[in-house]
Design a protein around this ligand. Structure first.
Ligand code: M6R
Length: 366
């Protein structure tokens, strides 16, 4: 059942080229610059006229929501708020009938996310779901939705469900952009063409198994780690930190790279691994100066870089290359080495990778 892999997590990491492809099947038409999402097309008018979109989720699904915020605001120009379901439900939130609430949940059974959906529904919002488990509770509560079709995810640490959620959110961002006319047709064609090829690039990103295993052997005795990213790379840093802490029990924090100097920089010394998302995109130069700040304090830099990069290579202690693609697709590619880095680190520390202590696959209590 593990298809020859030692753990479900490793199998699920390697399934991602396929699961991402499954998630796009019948939904994108690159040549026409068109996205079709059957499960939400009934709400096209609502999406066209929405004042804002509120995303509710927990854990890794919440990180996917942050990526969604970036993509929907960038391409569809609708304001997006991303909320921890557990905070949203107890806050007497302001919700109107012109709001769209998107609930993201792999299991479709997370208690807090369900309660947030019920609350928003009572208050008249249109509720859409992004879930993986077909027929689970959240899809039954929502008005419409888009399944991720990633297949069963057994490892407690979410991997292929995350990349599928991000794939769905990318499709929703481009669908709403198409409805609202916020992107030139040529840009839609270009982005959808790249999206269609993402499974091949993810396949390439998976080549870092050896490199991540070596870096894992170098950081396995650390007690703390920091993950830094900017823009769309920030939620990737959060996700990398969550993966590491949940399966290796190394305390890890994700931070927006520029926030480091407002506090966490005090933690940096030669013992501290600092994982930086340093790919060539709009924040590249800024990230390089953040790397220099870490280096000046003797932090050990592990950088995720674009294939062929030289500037970061000259500064970092370790680099992991990922293929080049438009910035919109950074989360789908940069998350892959972080998943593998956590996996190998946990393994070297003798941890139970698939079933970390104190955690359940779905959190059905509040
Ligand atoms: O099933 P859900 O997506 O609603 O679950 C949400 C979180 O419990 C989940 O993502 C959790 O954070 C994972 N163990 C992270 O790997």
């Amino acid at each position: 059942e593990k298809a020859g892999y030692d753990h479900f997590m490793l199998k699920e990491i390697h399934e991602q080229p396929r699961s991402i492809r499954d998630c796009m099947r019948g939904r994108i038409y690159p040549q026409e610059g068109m996205v079709q999402l059957g499960g939400i097309k009934e709400y096209a008018e609502k999406l066209r006229n929405a004042d804002r979109i509120i995303i509710v989720a927990c854990g890794t699904s919440w990180h996917a929501g942050l990526v969604g915020e970036y993509l929907i605001e960038e391409y569809a120009r609708v304001p997006v708020g991303v909320e921890y379901a557990s905070e949203f439900r107890y806050r007497n939130p302001i919700i109107t009938e012109r709001d769209i609430v998107i609930a993201i949940s792999q299991s479709g059974e997370t208690a807090d996310t369900m309660a947030a959906v019920e609350l928003a529904k009572e208050r008249g919002a249109t509720i859409l779901g992004i879930c993986n488990v077909v027929g689970s509770s959240i899809p039954r509560l929502t008005h419409g939705g888009v399944y991720t079709h990633a297949g069963p995810e057994i490892g407690v640490a979410s991997t292929k469900a995350f990349t599928a959620q991000v794939t769905v959110l990318t499709q929703i961002a481009l669908y709403v952009a198409q409805l609202r006319g916020t992107l030139p047709q040529s840009k839609l064609v270009e982005l959808l063409t790249t999206l269609q090829d993402i499974p091949l690039l993810v396949e390439k990103a998976l080549n870092c198994d050896e490199a991540t295993r070596y870096i894992a052997s170098e950081i396995k005795d650390a007690t703390n780690a920091i993950f830094l990213g900017r823009g769309i790379g920030f939620p990737v840093a959060l996700e990398g930190a969550l993966k590491l802490k949940e399966i290796s029990y190394i305390h890890a924090e994700g931070y927006p790279a520029a926030e480091m100097k407002h506090g966490p920089i005090a933690l940096i010394d030669e013992e501290m691994p600092v994982v930086v998302i340093a790919t060539q995109n709009s924040s590249y130069e800024k990230v390089i100066s953040n790397i220099q700040e870490v280096k000046a304090r003797k932090g050990r830099i592990i950088a995720i870089v674009t294939e062929g990069d030289t500037a970061v290579k000259g500064l970092a202690d370790y680099v992991i290359e990922i293929p080049h693609a438009d910035e919109a697709f950074l989360p789908l590619l940069a998350t892959i080495p972080l998943q593998l880095l956590s996996y190998h680190t946990a393994l070297l520390r003798g941890c139970n990778v698939d079933q970390p202590r104190n955690l359940a696959k779905s959190v059905t209590v509040e």
